[in-house]
Design a protein around this ligand. Sequence first.
Ligand code: I3P
Length: 369
Amino acid sequence: MGMREGSTTRQWSSPHPILSKLLHSSSGSSGSSINFSSAESDDVFSEGEDVGSKRRAFRKSRSWKTYLTMVHWSLRRQGSWVQLAGHQGNFQLSEGGEVLKLYCEVEAKCLDSLMRDALRPFVPQYHGCVTRGEHCYIRLEDLLSGLRRPVIMDCKMGVRTYQEEEVTKAQTRVTLRSDMYQKMVKVDPTAPSVEEHKQKAVTKSRYLQWRDTTSSTSTLGFRIEGIMMEDGSIQRDFKKILTLAKVTEAMLYFTRSQLDILKAYHSRLLALSEALKNSLFFRTHEVIGSSLLFVHDHSSKASVWMIDFGKTTPLPDRLELRHNIPWAEGSREDGYLIGLMSLITSLSQAISMASSQQEESCGEEQSVA
Ligand code: I3P
């Protein structure tokens, strides 16, 4: 896996010229998660866990949150978040303004293939790996550079967020997670079974399935993990959204009903859907826990990027996925396209609602005049 220096022209689905980029997040080994801070805190650990595993778990689960905290910090200081390179976590910035993300072999392999795929314009540019101190990092394009007061939304794609192996593993080797039990109870004290309450722990597979079925993941093929507004405020109270109507409400909130931004996102997703049809990578990979990152700023630059490939794995020889059908155990289908279609439909709805709102307010202004 060599260093890649070639830069690609980035495409912004906006009436404005190209400018930005964006970063992402995710745990070293996996997934995305905008772990937006709110009532649902991530930093819950069980008593008796060893310090090393606590630290690892902390680093992993806090990755996106760490990143957002860094952005928040830099926004408050009106400076570049490059200043924050020294912060601990899964990310660092390198001299060139790249983002360094803790190395994960699965993700590095995906990014390497993606740089030669039809999806390249939708993925942060990958520049190989670098070692810093004891750790190896993946060098990624900093997709937030050039944006002022960015507004960000992370949507975790697919009808499930766990790999088939995670289910099989849970059947043969039961590892109980008290941190996940605590997260579960915080959201819904009645969710754990009597047995789980007794153990004060659940398996990871059980937790991930619970998250999927209590959010729009299972039904709409994606869920909103969180939103960061331009003032740096972070919200992640969207995980219990189940209907498209509620997603559309969240879209309108996220974009403040700005038509040009909604349209830019809509056309970017249509372009992504075309690229996915031509992507060998997409046909031959099970895409789990990957996110679409929506980013815009006050100047109406808006784009969407595919991020987080830590749980995206190649399929066995000759197997190809359709991505647009529900999952049945063993099929490896991920439902990525179900999620993409839901998002496109939601954006269409948001566009027509925002248009009507605009027409109404124009009408009101005229009658006042
Ligand atoms: C986390 C989320 C992550 C998952 C993480 C969960 O839950 O499901 O995707 O990491 O597992 O804790 P939540 O968003 O509800 O806080 P993976 O994608 O790597 O499975 P982890 O704690 O084992 O990292």
